[in-house]
Design a protein around this ligand. Structure first.
Ligand code: GLC
Length: 418
C-alpha cells in the first residue's frame, strides 16, 4: 500500500521536480498599505478599519498576465498565489463569505483571472491558502470553544472545496500558518486533504496543514531535507512578502543572487519559489522585472543543469571560484568568479572524459593530474553577459567526487598513522 502511494507520489511530482523554479505571489488588501502582509496584526488595526480596504481595492484589468509573462521570461514554470492570506480576504467569488473580491471593491473573481493567465502562458497553477484567519469570528475562538472549532473547520473545508472545484485543474495546494489549532486532528487535516485529492487527483500539497504531505517548505533559508523527501525553499525578493514601496534597491536580491539560490536548491535536489509582492493595482514591482530578466536570459543559455532530472551533490567541496550541480555523470561547475584563460580545480577523484563551456558547447582542453584538473583555452573574460556566471560542463567516468580537506594532502586513516 505504502509503495503504491509512493509510486503515485513520484509520478505526480515529476513535473514539479523538473520545473525547479516557481514564482510566489503575495497580493491582497494589505498590498494597499504597503507595509508588509502582517500589517493588520503588527499595527493592531481594528477589524472595522481594516475591512474598509476591501472596498478600496481596485486592481487594474488582468494584471496577472504581467506576473505570468514576467515569470515565464524568468524561466519559472509555476506560480503560487495567495488566494486568502491571514487577513481572511478571499480573492475569489466565494459563497461562504462576502469578504471576497467579487462582492467587494474589485467586483471580479481574481482567482479566475489568475488561473486564466497561468493557462495562457503555459504555467502550472498553485493556490496558497492561509489556515489562520484574522477576519473570521471563529478564527481565534476555535482554539478554546468546540462549537467555534466545528464552525471554523467546516468553513475552512468549504473554502478549500470551492478552490478545488471551481477552477478546473489545480496543480499545487500551498497551505500556510495553522495557528491557533494545535494538531492535525483539530484541523481535521487528513479529511481536508483527502477531499482536495479527491477533487484534484494530481494535486501536490505542502506540509503546512500539520501533516508532511508531499513536500517541505524551508522559508527564507535554503536547507535540503533528507534524501527522498521533496522540498521547496520559499524566499522573499526584498525582505517582505507583501508589496513594500519603501524597500531600497539594495534590499532586492541581485540577478546573481537569485541564480546562486537556484544553484543551491538544485544541488540539494529542491525547488525555489521566489516571491513578488505586486502593487495594489497588481503591477509587478519594476525592480523584480529588472532583476528577473537576466535570470531568464541566463537560464535560456544555461538551463541544462537546472531543469529536468538532476541528482543531489553529495561528495563535493567548496571551491572559491565556483560551485557544483550534477546530473548523472555530468558535473556542472558554476563559475561565479571567472579566472581568465585557465581554471584549476583540485581534488577530483573521478576521471574527466570531456569538458566544455555550457552556453556554446565549445570544447575545452584539459589535463588531469593526480589531484588537479587544469582547464585551458577559456575565454579571457567571463563569457556570460547576463550574470557573470559561466558554467563548465564536465563529463565524468562516474559520479562527481571531490575531496580536498583542510590540509594540502589527504591524511591516512587514523589507525594507519604512526
Ligand atoms: C509566513 C508568513 C506569511 C507568508 C509565508 C510564506 O508564514 O506568515 O506572511 O505568507 O510565510 O511562506
Amino acid at each position: 500500500m505504502k509503495q503504491a502511494a509512493d509510486h503515485n507520489r513520484v509520478k505526480r511530482m515529476q513535473w514539479w521536480h523538473d520545473a525547479r523554479f516557481g514564482m510566489f505571489i503575495h497580493w491582497g488588501l494589505y498590498s494597499q498599505l504597503g507595509r508588509h502582509e502582517w500589517v493588520m496584526n503588527r499595527e493592531r488595526i481594528p477589524l472595522a478599519e481594516y475591512e474598509k480596504l476591501s472596498w478600496t481595492f481596485k486592481p487594474k484589468p488582468r494584471p496577472m498576465r504581467e506576473w505570468a509573462r514576467c515569470a515565464k521570461q524568468a524561466g519559472m514554470k509555476y506560480l503560487v498565489m495567495t488566494t486568502k492570506h491571514h487577513e481572511g480576504f478571499c480573492l475569489w467569488n466565494s459563497k461562504l463569505t462576502d469578504y471576497n473580491a467579487f462582492q467587494r471593491g474589485p467586483g471580479r473573481d481574481l482567482v479566475q483571472e489568475y488561473v486564466d493567465a497561468c493557462r495562457e502562458f503555459g504555467l502550472k497553477i498553485g493556490f496558497y491558502y492561509s489556515l489562520m484567519d484574522w477576519h473570521h469570528p471563529d478564527g481565534a475562538r476555535c482554539a478554546y470553544d468546540e462549537k467555534a472549532r466545528r464552525r471554523f473547520v467546516d468553513f475552512t473545508r468549504g473554502l478549500v472545496r470551492e478552490l478545488m472545484t471551481n477552477y478546473g485543474k489545480v496543480d499545487i495546494l500551498w497551505y500556510d500558518v495553522s495557528w491557533p489549532l494545535r494538531s492535525p486532528e483539530a484541523w481535521e487535516s487528513r479529511k481536508l486533504n483527502a477531499m482536495a485529492r479527491k477533487l484534484q487527483p494530481h494535486i501536490i500539497i505542502n506540509n503546512r496543514s500539520q501533516l508532511p504531505e508531499d513536500f517541505g517548505t524551508p522559508e527564507e533559508h535554503i536547507k535540503a531535507e533528507d534524501e527522498g523527501r521533496a522540498w521547496e525553499a520559499c524566499m522573499t525578493f526584498n525582505g517582505s512578502w507583501g508589496y513594500l514601496p519603501y524597500s531600497q534597491p539594495e534590499d532586492w536580491h541581485s540577478s546573481r543572487k537569485v541564480l546562486h539560490m537556484l544553484r543551491e536548491v538544485t544541488a540539494g535536489g529542491g525547488n525555489l519559489l521566489l516571491n513578488i509582492g505586486p502593487a495594489p493595482d497588481g503591477s509587478v514591482p519594476p525592480l523584480a522585472v529588472e532583476r528577473l530578466k537576466p535570470v531568464g536570459r541566463w537560464l535560456a543559455a544555461n538551463g541544462e543543469p537546472v531543469y529536468g532530472k538532476i541528482d543531489r551533490v553529495t561528495e563535493a567541496e567548496w571551491n572559491p571560484l565556483g560551485t557544483w550541480t550534477r546530473k548523472g555523470k555530468s558535473a556542472y561547475f558554476w563559475c561565479h568568479w571567472w579566472p581568465g584563460k585557465t581554471l584549476s580545480i583540485g581534488g577530483l577523484k573521478v576521471k574527466v572524459l570531456k569538458a566544455s563551456l555550457l552556453s556554446n558547447g565549445k570544447h575545452l582542453n584539459f589535463v588531469q593530474g593526480k589531484d588537479r584538473l587544469i582547464l585551458t583555452g577559456l575565454p579571457a573574460k567571463c563569457p556570460d553577459p547576463y550574470a557573470g556566471i559561466g558554467v563548465i560542463k564536465l563529463q565524468l567516468a562516474g559520479k562527481l567526487v571531490q575531496k580536498l580537506g583542510a590540509g594540502c594532502v589527504i591524511l591516512p586513516p587514523e589507525k594507519k598513522r604512526k
